[in-house]
Design a protein around this ligand. Structure first.
Ligand code: COA
Length: 517
């Protein structure tokens, strides 16, 4: 019997359900829908899915896998390689799975992260057969205390027929109390969510389910995978500096106070670097109402800039993870982790008046944003929560570097090759070149300011020429339709969006970035 059994499984009869990962995985049958914990590499079920992949080497086994968001521990990779994934919902960020999706082998449903459990609750998607949830412990009443993410875990456990719990012994029992589990009532008689500030706690600290639904418990000692973000660079520092200057002006104009409004920051290197840029800003007593809390959240706490952070997961680099989780008591009363349908809820986002900062792969001259599809067809990660936040925020910011792939791709194009966020949901576009404030502007005005402020040469000149010719054809949103996607097809055919007459001068581009900071 495990030495930690009493503190980790506090309801005695459940101790008999402790088993191996391989035995637990036997509950899963071909054709089932499995709901697993895990949100941006945090708090994911780690050993039962890998045992499932092992089983799939010897028998036909295909499942629909739903999670909160992306997974770590190579779970998506291993399940893909074992051929287990028929369908994957609602988000992923794994290169091997991404390739299988783009080959058409795995059916990927890229969903707004606030919506998945609403669809399940109303039986608009196939029901969950088994939930696999990582936990720090099971309480005296059989409630499950999650680890470093909440994501969709609570509703998966509530809606599933059976639940498998992975108790992770590397996660401290000090995490108990961090979570706030609130489940909205069924519609049409649903009441407003009683959350008025990022600090409010409106639910319970554990996932309450009938304990007899827990059919297997597995102990693990596998750490969460570290985040893969890169440190800030010249361009991301420039993007952050432009945003800080923009917010200083908003404060000067009396539209925001020096604590701004609650902030949401998207996933990835750019969003993390942008938030880190607020460390040296004049703003004080900031709050976050976000989805993923990255390294920058804790840097802002340590710098005394941030008062409180609400999220659905904590995803950190290896070094930051050691620092934060070895000293979680220092941060715990300034943190809360919520289900993703609460962290990303349109009602709350609109009520709190969030400043939402997300990342674009590309934006077009009118302000439409593509965050998901490389060159229009190939899935990168997914829309994640960016749509939940962008549409409902007080201010919706999209950041991107102005060029990708060494200058061969312009991230500002005549027309985006796929639309995730329409021009109606985008207030600010910011690149290392500068910031375009699109509020209150008509399409023709938007095009001029985006090209002027956000695009470096030689693409700026190319876009100016495109717009001038498009305007001659007229229209509210002028385009030369037969040319609108020619930048993408040129890249496909020649390896560059530049025309053969223009070669990129990256040396002078780098100089202009450092001058713009
Ligand atoms: N065309 C093709 N590829 C592009 C591109 C473009 N216009 N712009 C960037 N890329 C490539 C980069 O070259 C890089 O490729 P690599 O991994 O091969 O080096 C990759 O996209 C990531 O770009 P990077 O500049 O490093 O940005 P990032 O790490 O900040 O990620 C997104 C950017 C858009 C991929 C990421 O933020 C995302 O998946 N967003 C959608 C989901 C989301 O916003 N969730 C948050 C809601 S809370």
């Amino acid at each position: 019997m495990h030495r930690n059994m009493d503190s980790r499984i506090r309801l005695p009869f459940l101790k008999e359900r402790v088993t191996s990962a391989a035995k637990a995985a036997e509950w899963i049958q071909d054709g089932m829908t499995i709901g697993m914990s895990g949100f941006t590499r945090a708090g994911d079920a780690k050993v039962v899915p890998l045992a499932l992949a092992e089983r799939a080497r010897h028998e036909k086994l295909k499942i629909t896998l739903m999670t909160g968001a992306s997974l770590g521990s190579d779970v998506d990779k291993t399940l893909t390689e074992a051929g287990v994934l028929a369908r994957r919902i609602p988000f992923q960020a794994d290169p091997v799975l991404r390739a299988a999706i783009n080959r058409g082998e795995v059916m990927y449903v890229d969903q707004h992260l606030s919506e998945t459990v609403e669809l399940l609750r109303t039986r608009q998607m196939a029901p969950i057969d088994i939930a696999i949830i990582e936990a720090i412990a099971i309480t005296e009443s059989g409630a499950i205390i999650p680890t470093t993410s909440v994501g969709n875990s609570a509703s998966f456990a509530i809606l599933a027929d059976k639940v498998i719990v992975e108790i992770n012994l590397t996660q401290s029992l000090e995490l108990e109390g961090l979570h706030d589990i609130f489940i909205p009532k069924h519609r049409p008689r649903r009441e407003p969510m009683p959350l008025m500030t990022p600090y409010d706690r409106i639910g319970s600290t554990a996932i309450e389910i009938p304990p007899e639904k827990i059919v297997a418990i597995v102990f693990t000692e596998k750490l969460d995978s570290s985040s893969t973000i890169l440190p800030p660079d010249l361009e991301t520092a420039a993007i952050a500096a432009h945003l800080v200057n923009f917010f200083k002006e908003e404060v000067a104009q009396g539209r925001l106070s020096e604590s701004l409004l609650p902030m949401q920051a998207g996933i990835g290197t750019i969003a993390n670097a942008v938030m880190a840029g607020f460390i040296d800003s004049p703003f004080k007593r900031l709050t976050m109402y976000s989805e993923v809390l990255q390294d920058s959240t804790f840097d802002l706490f340590d710098a005394g800039k941030l008062d409180f952070a609400s999220g659905s997961s904590i995803t950190l680099s290896a070094e930051k993870s050691r620092q934060v989780f070895n000293d979680i008591g220092k941060y715990k009363d300034r943190l809360v982790l919520r289900p993703q349908e609460v962290s990303n809820h349109p009602e709350i986002i609109r009520r709190l008046g969030l400043i939402a900062i997300n990342t674009a792969l590309e934006a077009d001259i009118y302000g439409n944003v593509n965050s998901t599809h490389v060159l229009g067809t190939h899935m990168m990660n997914g829309i994640g929560g960016s749509g939940d936040f962008a549409r409902n925020a007080y201010l919706s910011v999209f950041a991107t570097k102005s060029i990708a792939k060494g200058g061969k791709i312009s991230s500002i194009v005549p027309m985006v090759s796929h639309v995730d966020h329409t021009e109606h949901d985008v207030d600010i576009i910011v690149t290392e070149v500068g910031l375009a404030d699109l509020r209150g502007l008509a399409p023709r005005e938007r095009a001029d300011i985006i090209i002027d402020r956000c695009v470096a040469q030689p693409y700026r000149q190319m876009l100016q020429a495109y717009v001038a010719r498009a305007k001659q054809r007229g229209g509210h949103t002028p385009h030369i339709l037969e040319e609108a996607l020619s930048w993408h097809t040129r890249y496909r055919d020649t390896g560059s969006m530049l025309t053969s007459q223009i070669t990129p001068d990256i040396g002078s581009y780098e100089k202009s970035v450092s001058l713009s900071i």
